[in-house]
Design a protein. Structure first.
Length: 339
């Protein structure tokens, strides 16, 4: 069995973070996110994203964060706007809608939503007989591996200000978005344009864990109640926050993400002209189209995932991680060229 390109969370944890956990393993800490590691991790993240008046909360996984956050922000008669490929729409088993809130979806443009789609949604839902949409959900990187540009994020912020909407960014793959060679967005811009966003450790070298950031801590003043009420509060909250403390104190978080991108870029550059790419993903997700028999051979040997069955052909997805090495990439490149 070769190295598996199934996803970016197959490996348990990066050695650097594991060493830090070992160092503090026998410490006694206050529980429920009130410990010194949570305080320090929050401080590092707020500084990195330029949030002078923000708040950070540490939870276990992305679906949990999306559901808990959106159900906190939305009143019973309110809903969220997203594109059709949004994770909350397609891959979270109706978690947000199960909490009582409708998702309005528009057709994605390279995995993204546009200001025009947001305006159209608000125009169509304008009185008490329809759901009131008050929050916009985006992902960066998107589920298609694409990223938002600076101009696109500023345009979304502008329309949200114009219509009085809250902007929430899913950061399940924020690390690779910010370290992509085509990225023109920095941490401070995300802190400026988003009312709330989360940073994922699960898909970037941590055991598990997400850091949810609110731009205005006044908005988040009751959020701890919401976490507890929805079953998301960890007694040993320092298990998650200590990992973010380690990852953000010397930019380890971004070095791990950059490796994911570097190895994906190496594969993409090596296979240019050899096989068909179905989209221009500048991050660590690679989408390739093959005859079905060839696709099945790649999936069997390298753990790639089926993405779209097209009859005689199939689109598959390869994903690189913080731990992917050049020699791992060479093997799959050689295998695909051999087909």
């Amino acid at each position: 069995m070769y190295y598996q390109f199934r996803n970016d969370y197959s490996e348990l944890v990066s050695p650097e973070i594991l060493r830090f956990i070992e160092e503090i393993a026998l410490e006694q800490n206050v529980g429920y996110g009130l410990d010194k590691h949570s305080v320090e991790a929050e401080k590092l993240i707020l500084e990195k994203f330029g949030l002078d008046n923000g708040a950070v909360f540490f939870m276990l996984g992305g679906t949990q964060v999306n559901m808990v956050t959106l159900s906190y922000l939305l009143r019973p008669y309110e809903g969220v706007i997203a594109c059709d490929t949004a994770h909350i729409n397609g891959h979270e088993t109706g978690a947000v809608e199960g909490s009582g809130h409708k998702i309005y979806t528009s057709k994605n443009v390279d995995g993204k939503i546009t200001p025009e789609d947001i305006r159209r949604c608000v125009r169509l839902n304008h009185d008490c007989h329809t759901v009131k949409f008050t929050t916009v959900y985006i992902s960066n990187a998107t589920e298609s591996g694409t990223i938002y540009t600076k101009d696109e994020l500023l345009a979304l912020r502008k329309v949200c200000d114009e219509l009085g909407l809250f902007l929430f960014m899913d950061g399940a793959r924020m690390g690779v978005a910010l370290t992509s060679r085509k990225n023109d967005v920095d941490c401070k811009l995300i802190g400026e344009v988003c009312d709330a966003f989360y940073i994922s450790g699960t898909k970037n070298g941590m055991l598990s864990g997400e850091a949810l950031c609110f731009k205005n801590k006044k908005v988040a003043e009751d959020f701890r109640y919401q976490i507890k009420n929805k079953g998301g509060m960890l007694a040993k909250g320092f298990l998650v926050s200590s990992q973010f403390e380690c990852a953000f104190r010397d930019d380890l978080f971004f070095r791990l993400a950059k490796n994911s991108n570097d190895q994906a870029d190496y594969i993409k550059d090596s296979l240019k002209g050899v096989c068909e790419f179905t989209n221009e993903s500048p991050t660590n997700q690679i989408f390739l189209r093959f005859k079905k028999a060839d696709a099945e051979k790649i999936m069997e040997n390298f753990g790639a995932e089926p993405w779209e069955d097209q009859g005689e052909h199939m689109v598959i997805r390869l994903v690189t991680s913080f731990n992917t090495k050049k020699e791992d990439c060479d093997k799959i490149i050689e295998f695909i060229k051999g087909l």
